[in-house]
Design a protein. Sequence first.
Length: 442
Amino acid sequence: MPKTNATTTLNRSLGFWSALSLVVGTVIGSGIFFKQSSILDSAGSTGSALLAWFLGGVITLTAGLTIAEVGAQMPHTGGLYAYMNGIYGKFWGFLSGWMQIAVYGPAIIASIAAYLSILLVGFFKLNGAWHAPLAIGVIILIGGLNMLNNRWGAAFQIVTTLGKLLPIAAIIIFGLFYGNQDAFGQSLHTVTQSTGNFGVAVLATLFAYDGWILVANLGGEIKNPQKILPKAIILGISLVLVAYTLVSYGILHFIPAATIHRLGEQTTVYFAQSAFGTIGGRLLNIGIIISMVGCLNGKIMTFPRIVYAMAKKDQLPFSKQLAYLHRKTYEPMVATTVIIAYASVMILFFNPDRLSDLCIFTVYCFYVAAFIGVFLLRKRNAGQPRPFSTPWFPLTPLVAILGALFVIVSEIGSDLSGVLLSLLIVAIGIPVYYLKKQHLRD
C-alpha cells in the first residue's frame, strides 16, 4: 500500500473561473432539461411554475450567501465536513463527512453516470447491455483525469460548463423571440390533472439547485479562498437562478402547457426538434450529455476531498493510505480510487437513485446546522474582522434555515421509512468514530 507523504499538501492552484465553473457545473445536470413537466404539474399553472423555479433559486442563494460567510472563515478542504468540525466539534464533523462519503457522494456519482449511460446508449443506438459498462467506464475515465494535476480537472470543468451553456442559451433565445404562448397565464384547467401542489414544485426545484456547496470541498486548493470562494458561490448560484428561470420561461412561452403535461420528460427534446428540426434533438442530446459529463466531473473532483480531509485527521479505517497525495500531482489518488470503485459497485448492485434520495434528509439536517453556525460564529468571534459578511443579516440565514427545514419536513411527510433508513446509515458511522477516536489527530 502507498505510504502517506506527510510533507505533501494539496496544491492551491484553482482560481476564480475554476471555482465558478465548479459551482455552475455541479448544479446544472439534467434537472432543468427534464423536470419542466413535473414542476408544472405540481405547481398547477405556468405562472406558479415560473415562481417555483425563481423561489427555489432565491432560497438557494440565501443558503449560498450564508455559507459564504462560514466558508470564508474556514477555507479548508472538506467543505461542509470542515464547517461542522470547526463549529460543533469532531463528532458532528465526522458524521457529516461519513454521510457524504458512505452513501451520498458515491450514490450521486453512480446515479448521474447511470443516467448518462442511458443517453449514450440511445444516442449511439447501442444494445441495452452497454448501460453498466458505459456508466462505469465514464466514471473511470473522469476519475483518471482527476488524478492528474487539479488544473486538468478544473480546465475540463470550465470547458464542459461553457458547453452546457450553449443549449441553455439556444432554448432561452428561441423561446423568448419565437414563442407565442402565455408563459404566465395558463392555468390548471389547461393542465388536465395536477399531481402535487406549489410546495412540492418548490421542493423539486431545490433538488435541481443542489450541489453548489461542493466547491467548498476544494477550499484548500483555491487561491485566496477567503475572497474567491464567496464570490464563486454567490455568482454561480445567481447565474444558475437566471438560467433556470429563463429556460423555463422560454419553454412555457413556446409550448402550450397541455402539451408539456402530455410530453413529460420529453418536453425539452420536443422543443429542440420543433425549433431546430430533427438534428436539433440530437444536438440537444449532445448538450445534455456534455452537461452531465461536466456535472459528473465536478462530483468526482470534490467528494474525494472529504475522504482526504477525514483521513488526514485519522478518522477513517486505512487513513494513512486514504490521505496519500501523489508527489508530483498533489492529488488524493487513493481517495479518488476508492470513491470511483464504490460508485461502480453501486451501479452494479444497487439503485443509486434511491440511495442518494435517502440521504437528502440528512444532508439538509447538516445544512441547517451549518446555517445556524453563522450565528454561533458571530457570537464566538465577536469583534473580529470577517473576510465576508452575509448581507441582510439575520434575514438571509433565517430564509436559508426555513428553506432547509421545509425540505426536511417534506421528506418526513413523504418518505418516513426513507428518513429512518437514512438516519440508520448515519448512525452506523458512530461506532466507526469511537473505534478511531483514540487515534484522532488535530
